[in-house]
Design a protein around this ligand. Structure first.
Ligand code: SF4
Ligand code: SF4
Length: 411
């Protein structure tokens, strides 16, 4: 079995079988299946089945959101997400380079509703062909290999702002804001310039953060994309701002991709130390910006799992929303809920994703929110499509878009 250069840690054998992970797993909550929990998978990794994994075995490892809830409570501090991704990576040798993609292709072909749903979300779908072939967003949207992608020239014209400023705030735009929802990038640029006094600088060579490739077990591609981004920002110093919290969580972990390469690891860790999430960046300004809401809107902040369980920067996004005077910030009963998107998970297992989403949606609607704000590209897509299907009159916005709209009330 080829291991793609990944260390076979044997850490699965350290599981205490305590079940703490089971109690918090969103997939277990809706299925009740032990084999779909961290404890169940770690057990399977230690059996003979791991040497000759069947399609059914592989499928069990694909049905994980990589949300990190289990890691957060594991008393043995086991790197459950990494073990799951490493397992996916090894299966890919036996079952095709992208097992998750094959699963997605099967599902999407059998149930081609995803793009139909997206048509109603207000995304600039005519921009779909602009998404390059190596963007994780293509996977998330189930754009298959046969779908058109624009050539490099067209991408350059539309993707990011030209680098006209000699100095400014370095901005990692991320695929959703770059290709499909440019209003997020526009709002971020506007807010940064207004409150920091500096324009954003957006190196052309930046690409996808690589989270989707990593999640699918394609470590080679994740490393390639990480190197591309590290090099793209290496000629500058100072903070690298990003407006997507899932990109943020992944960019912060670039060092882990180079455990066997000290030179690149050092470059990756330097880059990661520079990365700032949009809300934290805004709150670090002196004075921190204050906004005025046009009415007494009820705003629900949806906390993305990637941020919630990353251990960093949890407080900043809701704190920035509280700078919006006149608005009422509401919270779902029972605390934050997983929305069931999980990067590629939703495409592979839409029914399961819908069941997880339904729980989150019920709690969200009970707050009477007018607006749901979230900074993760995957969560934004999930909430837009899910609320649209339910005809719920709740606007789903990235916090930068919500706050930039409020600037107009001040002028
Ligand atoms: S990462 Fe999330 S979905 Fe996967 S096993 Fe852990 S809690 Fe369950
Ligand atoms: S919480 Fe950790 S130690 Fe306990 S069963 Fe889950 S993976 Fe094993």
């Amino acid at each position: 079995m080829r291991d793609h250069g990944l260390p076979l840690t044997g850490q699965q054998g350290q599981c205490a079988k305590c079940g703490s992970c089971t109690a918090v797993c969103p997939v277990y909550r809706v299925t009740g299946r032990e084999s779909l929990t961290a404890r169940g998978r770690l057990h399977l990794l230690g059996t003979e089945l791991a040497a000759r994994p069947s399609a059914a075995y592989e499928d069990l490892f694909a049905q994980c959101l990589l949300c990190g809830a289990c890691e957060n409570v594991c008393p043995r501090h086991l790197p459950i997400r990494r073990l799951t991704v490493e397992a996916r990576s090894r299966f890919s040798f036996l079952y095709g380079r992208h097992p998750l993609r094959r699963s997605l292709v099967r599902t999407v072909l059998a149930r081609p509703v995803l793009l139909e749903r997206l048509v109603k979300t207000g995304l600039a779908l005519e921009r779909l062909p602009l998404i390059p072939r190596d963007s994780g967003l293509r996977l998330k949207l189930a754009l298959l290999d046969g779908e058109p992608a624009a050539g490099p020239a067209a991408q350059q014209e539309t993707a990011i702002e030209p680098d006209t400023a000699a100095a400014g705030i370095q901005y990692f735009v991320g695929c959703l804001a770059r290709y499909l929802q440019p209003s997020i990038a526009g709002a971020t640029r506007r807010l940064v310039r207004r409150f920091s006094g500096s324009p954003t600088v957006e190196p052309r060579a930046q690409g996808c953060c690589g989270l989707a490739a990593w999640s699918a077990g394609d470590r080679e591609e994740a490393v390639r994309l990480a190197k591309q981004n590290i090099e793209a920002f290496e000629s500058s110093t100072g903070p690298v701002l990003t407006s997507c919290v899932s990109c943020f969580a992944h960019l912060k972990k670039y060092g882990e991709l180079f455990s066997d390469d000290p030179g690149w690891r050092e470059r990756a860790e330097w880059f990661s130390r520079r990365v700032r999430e949009f809300s934290a960046f805004m709150l670090e300004l002196d004075p921190a910006p204050v906004f005025r809401s046009p009415g007494r809107e009820r705003i629900l902040y949806h906390e993305p799992c990637h941020l919630r369980f990353s251990g960093e920067n949890r407080e900043a996004p809701p704190a920035l929303l509280r700078q919006l005077q006149g608005a009422v910030i509401v919270e779902p009963e029972g605390g934050p809920h997983c929305c069931g998107q999980g990067g590629l998970f939703y495409l592979g297992y839409p029914e399961l994703g819908d069941r997880i989403f339904s729980r989150a949606c019920e709690a969200a609607l009970a707050t009477g929110a007018d607006v749901l704000a979230t900074g993760c590209s995957g969560c934004l897509l999930q909430w837009r499509t899910g609320l649209d299907i339910r005809h719920a009159p709740v606007r789903v916005l990235h916090p930068a878009v919500l706050l930039a709209d409020c600037l107009d009330n001040d002028s």
